[in-house]
Design a protein around this ligand. Sequence first.
Ligand code: FE2
Length: 375
Amino acid sequence: MTSFDARPSPRIVFGAGRLAELPECVATLGVSKLLLVTDPGIVAAGHVGRATGYLEAAGLSVTVFQGTHVNPSESDIEACRSFATELQPDAIIGLGGGSSMDTAKGCNFLLHNPGRMSDYRGYGLAKNAMLPFIAIPTTAGTGSECQSYAVVSRDGSHEKMACGDPKALAKIAILDPELTVSQPQPVATLTALDALSHALESAVCTKRNPISSAYSAEAFRLIASAIRPVLAGSAGPDTRGRMLLGAAMAGSAIENSMLGAAHATANPLTARFDVAHGHAVSLMLPHVVRLNSADPAAAAIYDGLARTLGEPLLPWLEETIALAGLDTPVIDPATIPDLAADAARQWTGRFNPVPLRDPEITSLYHSSFAAAAAP
Ligand SMILES: [Fe+2]
C-alpha cells in the first residue's frame, strides 16, 4: 500500500428540517457575530430568511452578504472581503450553491491574510488564522461543503484557480434535503452530473487511498440510487437526501484524493465555449471511463461499481447522461488542438490512472464530439 494523509471531514449534520439547528451549531463554535454569504436567488427562495430567523430568535447577530455571483472572480471575493472587514464577524456561514461556498471560503482566506486569491493558488499558503466556517448547501453537486478549496476565477480571464488550505475547511456542514427543493431543474441536473463525475473520477485517480475509496464507493452508491429521479424532476424527499449526502461524500473523496481526465478535458470546454461545468464533464465522462478501463486496477474498481449497480457501468452511465436531455454544444473539431493544449495544462489530469498525453486527450475530444454529433 502507498502512504497517504487522510484529511478531516466537517461535522456533518444531516436530515430534513435540520437547518433549524443552526443556532445550536453556532453555539458549539463559541461565536455570536455572524456573516452569512449567499446570493439573491437563495434569499428569494426563503432560505436566508429562515436561517436568519432561527439565529436572531436565539439572540445571535447575523448580517447577510448577498453579492455572490456565479463562478466568482477575484473581484467578487474582494467585494465580500471588504464587506466583512467592515463587519468584523467571528464566524462565516455559506448558504447556497458552490458559488456561495467559494465566495465565503475566499472571503475567509483574505479577511486575515494579505493579498489576492491568486496569492493562495495551491495548498496551505495562508499563514494567518481563518474564522470558523459553516457550510449549508442548497444544491446537491459540488461537494464544496466538504472541501478545503475555494475555486475562484482569475480576474480578466476564465482561468479557474483552486486555492486550498486546511484552515478553510468547514467546521460544520448542515445537509438539509428540504433546502434542495428550490433548485431549478437545470441546476439539479447539472450539479447531479457533476457529483456523479466526482464519485467516478476520485474512485480511480492515482491519489486514491483506502479513505478516499470508501468515500467514493458510498458516494457512488448513493448518487446512483438517486440520480435518475433527480434528472427526471421526480425525486421525493428521501431521494433528494441521498443525492445531497452522496454529493457531499464525493466532495470528501476529492478532498482525500483528486479528480482526473474528465475534469481536465471539461474545463477547457467551459473556458472556451461557456459549456456549463456539469454539462462539460458529462460530455467527457463516458469516454474517460472507456479510456481508463485499459488500466487493470481502474477496470477492477469500475467492476466493483458495476456490482453496486447490478449492471455494466458504461451503458448505465451513457443512458443516465442521455436522460438529462442536454442540448449538444456545437464545437468545431478544428479547435481540438487548442482544447488539447489547454487540457494538458490542467492539474487534475496528472492524476488520471491512464497517463494523459496529447494523443489520449485528442482522442477523448474526437470520440466525445463524434458521439455528440451522432443522430
Ligand atoms: Fe466538478
